[in-house]
Design a protein around this ligand. Sequence first.
Ligand code: MG
Length: 160
Amino acid sequence: MDVRVGIGFDVHAFAENRRLVLGGVDIDYPLGLLGHSDADVLLHALIDALLGAAALGDIGGLFPDSDQSLRDADSLDLLARVYGLLSGRGIKIINIDSVVICEQPKILPHVDAMKAAISRALGGLPAGRIGIKGKTSEGLGFTGRREGIAAQAVALLGFD
Ligand code: MG
C-alpha cells in the first residue's frame, strides 16, 4: 500500500457569547471561539491534514466562509463530508494525531469524548488510531495570553 501523510494547522480567537466546541465536543467554559462555523479548531486542523494527505486542497476551498449555508456549521458534519470524499476514492485512514495548544481549558478530561465523536465522523475509525493531546505554551504568545486556541494535526492515509 502507498501511504501519504498530511499536516493541518488552525487558530481561532476566544470570544464571548460563543460555544466552545473542540473535537466535536461542547465544553463548559466561559468563552467560546470565533468563526464562521462552530470554530472547532481541532477538527479544522484535522480536516486540513486529511485533505492535505489526499491532495484534495484545504478546508477554505471546500467549505468557504462566503458560503452562508455553512454559518455555525457543525464541524463534525464537515469532517464526515471529508471522510466521504476519502472513502469514495477508496482511501483508508491509517491514523491521525493532533495537539491542541491552550492554557485553558484542560484537554485531557475531554479526550475520550472527542475520540468517540471523531470516530463516528470517520466511519468508525478505532480510538487506538486517534491521537489527541493538550499542550500549553508556557504562558508565551497568543495562546499563552489566552487570546485563542491553536491546533495541529497529522493524518496518515493508505492508497491501494
Ligand atoms: Mg478554522
